[in-house]
Design a protein around this ligand. Sequence first.
Ligand SMILES: O=P(O)(O)O[C@H]1O[C@H](CO)[C@@H](O)[C@H]1O
Ligand SMILES: Nc1nc2[nH]cnc2c(=O)[nH]1
Length: 332
Amino acid sequence: MQSKEPVSSVRTRAQASEMLLCSPSTGERLTSRVPSSPPVCSHDEYQTAADWLRTHTRHRPEVAIICGSGLGMLADTLGCQESFAYSDVPGFPQSTVQGHAGRLVFGVLKGKMCVCMQGRFHMYEGHTLSKTTFPVRVFKLLGVKTLIVTNAAGSLADGLQPGDIMIIKDHINFPGFVGLNPLIGPNDDKFGPRFPAMSNCYDKELRCLATEIGKQLEITGLMREGVYAMVGGPNFESIAEARLLHRLGVDAVGMSTAPEVVVATHCGLRVFGLSLITNKVVKTYEDSDSVNHEGVLEVSRLRSVTVQQLVTELIGKMDINNNGPNDAGTKF
Ligand SMILES: O=P(O)(O)O[C@H]1O[C@H](CO)[C@@H](O)[C@H]1O
Ligand SMILES: Nc1nc2[nH]cnc2c(=O)[nH]1
């Protein structure tokens, strides 16, 4: 039997989901992207951004750093700086979160060519995961070998206090459990395999080196290794959620990092990650504390110099030619 609906009113699924994003009263578009429908960026889009950057800077970075909430000051310490607003770089999304300036800074740190993201993209801002992780593949095309990720996170582990630094040993990518993974979609074989392993995604040698540097800087009391979990955000955890995460073995929780690391590992970058613990996640109903972003930024600012020293020394001492166990050979 034929549908009685006129052809002009039959909507595709894509149109229907687009309509859900419009105000029912005015028809005004409320947001432009749905994270759960993952349109992927094409190889050309990454290449265009990389080509644009190559023609606009002399820098050829070997190390990329993604700065977490309130940790962007690190970029200011680079020598021979050249910087670009994200809005000027083709294909780059915009930063919308306080504490994420939205600048790409190229420069030299301890003799190594670096590029630093002063501000990252989060899924909860409405970016697709492909856009959230867009810079990582651009870095790969620019010749970057090592990615350093930093973030602000809440602690679930009893031994982790605000102001502590957690070297990320492993992660739990909770959005990935429900199909929100940046690698969903046709696999781009030029970047990496369809089914990448994630068992060595945080480089052991760099973790050991960071621990050694911690000793030299006399900050071992602040440092330990742990498991980071990414949740979608933007709300912080309910108490029941916090208890669940704790029981699952999560040491620190945040709303970023895992997608960047998945994409970096897929394309063979060596990864080092650290979480600055900015708050304790409330786990009991008797506790009247509650977390807010301003408090997160305040702790980040207070510890940013220490994080900066640790990352700077790590970059100075790392062997740039060791690409770690995930490197399957550069394809570009
Ligand atoms: O992960 P970064 O970008 O450091 O930011 C963390 O801080 C914000 C919450 O205060 C969230 O975006 C969380 O992910
Ligand atoms: N999800 C989450 N993200 C954070 N980022 C900084 N602190 C927190 C926290 O307590 N929970």
